[in-house]
Design a protein around this ligand. Structure first.
Ligand code: GLN
Length: 538
């Protein structure tokens, strides 16, 4: 087993996760079995309780783990099967250690960062390595070199390299080479200093991934090589991508990063064949068609909050050689100005997941507008709940229908808590989480799209459709096209008399890949494209 550690220097948000994932793509294309995990130095046990403004999207795995959004990149860029073991936080480590200490497992010893915290970290590397039986395990260390919180992780990987043998380890440091326009120069000093920080800890990187806006000249490469003590061919340029994140693997391949790593580990593999990936990128970068999709949400200024949704739309678009123009609409603006003003010119309307009251009335108005104007509608999780509330209010005439999340005293709790959720006191990891089976009803839109009877989709919510209202809404034209086989919970609703109107209680955006778009997204974007061509023929 070989180990690649990805650290980051100078500043955060350099796209370390994307770089790690892209390396995974390339190594898989060289027919290596890859495993990939992320260490996050923060003290939260998982990001599940964090606000999207703090952390961006919470990415959910099959086993119900609420993880960092970089795991989304890993799943989209590789075929790795991820579980809760693939995202370790300092919070988890301390939780484990304190529990052990209270149980008396340390037999009276003083419990310390070194060796107890570092041992837990190393244990996790070994565990993931032994469970996945991969050729290579890529481990990304979150945060920036020099952070106090990150130190135990760096110390642990330094020790780990010593234990498994240096020849089995590759340290890759992602760093910034800024362009200073007044000087007209790329500056290498920040990189030198962050490598110096790493070496202080005892880690000498094997390769530097230099994030830059400008091409790195031969001289600059030479300088970085000399001062950072890495060979020139291990100074890898990673330019800001012009159009799409899916260009990153191709860029790293051009810089021969995968070749360098294979040489280091003495893997004798053929060069990566990337033709399918390239044609996907071609469709993303230079599509023949375009559609305008409104995402009506609450965290719209923050691109990371709905990351997997945007990616899923991109994947679906590529299947039709179609680019997506995302129109971010703040649900509160719809409350102020009405739906027509913000949604008239779009080809499809998507309401994503969300929590809390703010903006819900705007989202309900958006769903209502989609239903009446016959524009394609896709509701994800909260987006299903919103659509059903709108239907209950305006088609069934249940005027004050609502979710008990937003109105505890509503006379028509169309969306409400199950008994078991009412007992829940802890906020962390206590929702309906992870993969649940769903049975599709034949001759529905959903069944046609999936072409399967039984599907499995990932969940992250507390509230559910209230089955007491099922017959009433069904008689008025709402179809319940997916239900949970064991519990009979509603998972998918649709309006068959509408060209394309569908809501799902789960999150399909966590299971879409380039060249394998999710059926629901594919259906939705296909419908939006049709709506657009109808519009232009008018
Ligand atoms: N707030 C809703 C619930 O808890 C929806 C959650 C979501 O959209 N992820 O059920």
């Amino acid at each position: 087993m070989k180990y690649i550690f990805v650290t980051g220097g100078v500043i955060s948000s350099l796209g370390k996760g994307l770089t790690a994932a892209s390396l995974g793509t390339l190594l898989e294309a060289r027919k290596l079995k890859v495993a990939i995990q992320k260490f996050d130095p923060y003290l939260n046990v998982d990001p599940g309780t964090m606000n999207p403004y703090q952390h961006g999207e919470v990415y959910v795995l099959d086993d119900g783990a609420e993880t960092d959004l970089d795991l989304g990149h890993y799943e989209r860029f590789t075929h790795c099967c991820l579980t809760r073991r693939n995202n370790l936080t300092s919070g988890q480590i301390y939780e484990t250690i304190i529990m052990k200490e209270r149980r008396g497992d340390y037999l009276g010893k003083t419990v310390q960062v070194v060796p107890h915290v570092t041992d837990e970290i190393k244990k996790r590397i070994r565990l993931v390595a032994s469970e996945t039986k991969a050729d290579v395990l890529i481990t990304e260390i979150g945060g920036t070199t020099g952070d106090i919180e990150g130190l135990p992780f760096l110390e642990a990987i330094r020790q780990f390299a010593l234990e498994v043998g240096m020849e089995n380890v590759f340290f890759m440091h992602v760093t910034l080479v800024p362009y200073i326009s007044v000087a007209g120069e790329l500056k290498t000093k920040p990189t030198q200093q962050s490598v110096a920080k790493l070496r202080e800890i005892g880690i000498q990187p094997h390769a530097l991934i230099c994030r830059t806006e400008q091409t790195i000249s031969k001289d600059v490469r030479q300088k970085i090589s000399t001062f950072c003590n890495v060979p020139q061919d291990a100074v890898i340029e990673e330019m800001d991508v012009a159009h799409s994140i899916y260009e990153v693997p191709l860029m790293l391949q051009k810089e021969r990063l995968d070749e360098l790593i294979c040489r280091h580990f003495r893997f004798h593999r053929r060069p990566a064949r990337m033709s399918a990936w390239k044609s996907f990128v071609r469709c993303v970068v230079n599509p023949r068609h375009r559609v305008r999709i409104a995402v009506v949400g609450k965290y719209i200024e923050l691109r990371d909050a709905y990351k997997s949704i945007y990616e899923s739309m991109t994947h679906a678009g590529a299947a039709y050689d179609c680019g997506i123009d995302v129109i971010n609409v703040d649900a509160e603006d719809i409350e102020k100005h009405g739906a027509i003003r913000h949604l008239k010119s779009v080809d499809g309307i998507l309401v994503p997941g969300g929590f809390g009251n703010r903006g819900t009335e705007g989202k309900i108005a958006a769903a209502g507008y989609a239903r009446r104007s016959r524009k394609p509608y896709l509701g994800l999780c909260l987006g299903l709940q919103i659509a059903v509330i709108e239907f209950a209010r305006n088609v069934a005439g249940l005027k004050r229908a609502n979710s008990t999340e937003f109105d505890k005293k509503t006379p028509h709790p169309i969306i409400s808590l199950l008994e078991e959720q009412k007992q829940v006191e802890h906020k962390g990891a206590s929702m309906r989480l992870g993969a649940w089976p769903c049975r599709l009803i034949t001759r529905t839109k959903a069944a046609g799209l999936y072409r399967q009877k039984l599907i499995s989709e990932r969940h992250r919510h507390r509230y559910e459709f209230n089955n007491n209202y099922r017959d009433q809404l069904e008689s008025l034209g709402l179809t319940f096209s997916g239900v949970s086989p064991r519990t009979n919970l509603v998972e998918i609703v649709e309006i068959p008399s509408h060209p394309w109107f569908l809501g799902c209680q789960f999150h399909p955006e966590f299971q879409s890949k380039p060249n394998h778009p999710h059926p629901l997204f594919k259906g939705f974007i296909g419908a939006a494209l049709k709506a657009r061509s109808r519009q232009s023929h008018r």
